[in-house]
Design a protein around this ligand. Sequence first.
Ligand SMILES: [Zn+2]
Length: 303
Amino acid sequence: MNNKLCNVFAFILLTASTCQPTPSASSANAGEITDRSTRVSTKVSTKASTKVCTKAGTEASTKSSTKVCTKASTEASTKASTKVCTKASPTAKVTIAFNGGFAETYTPAQLITAGVFKSAPLVGGTRKRTEAVKYIVLHSTETESPADAQRVVRSWNNRGKSHPGAQYLVDRDGSVYQTVSPEITTMHVNAFKTRFGVNNSNSIGIEIVRSGKQTYTPKQLKSITCLCLYLQKRFDIADEKVVGHYYVQPSDRTDPVGFNWQMFAASKTTLNYLATKERSDKNGTSIASAVDTGRQPPNKKGG
Ligand SMILES: [Zn+2]
């Protein structure tokens, strides 16, 4: 393994574990942790039975990014000498599962309730699905000037009843916005121009917020990794069916522009491996390795 590969792998390990903010004490026990003098512990473990604790609540376990948790407890002490242990709230469990790559049993609505997804509803521009979901199509917004996800959704909604849109947007800070349930169709590809049979009814669109010379942020990569793995498992979508818009509509689309598919594939493989390991540890079965197929697209310009 050369230095470059080492660096990449190290980055993947670092990024794979936490896509959304690690559920902090405040999300687990909002009432108990509002006092700044409170000491909170959280620790992450691969063992299902181990409780989660580190010092000071805001510190996720950055040392062991390869670790995944299933059970978490928040240990808080409102007084120096008294400690109170409670189990992680259902909300925190959902977030941990999403970050760990094993949230597929949770519905998108539950992920919104847990704060994993933020809601930015589409007004118009949606249809009922007529086909099963087979593809995930990644896009980049390519706005003229730097924008955020909510502004992009507003601009879609201002374009009449039938307008473009995607089910998900990943903002610059890694926030994941859901515009409509992935069970509903949005218009994110032009089915008259696509190939391989990809259309809006059999695909889910994910827009990554980007403009001009902006590069994708590490937080975006983390969130895209977790989001894709969640959707792939929930809708049984193979790795090779996660494609770029440019790939299925090459006549007039080049997005997601400059997206690092190799990094994405490696990050997803790592997360899936950890999720599988977590499940195996829980069930006492052997570990199955995940397989992913990265694809390096041409680095075209345009949106
Ligand atoms: Zn696109």
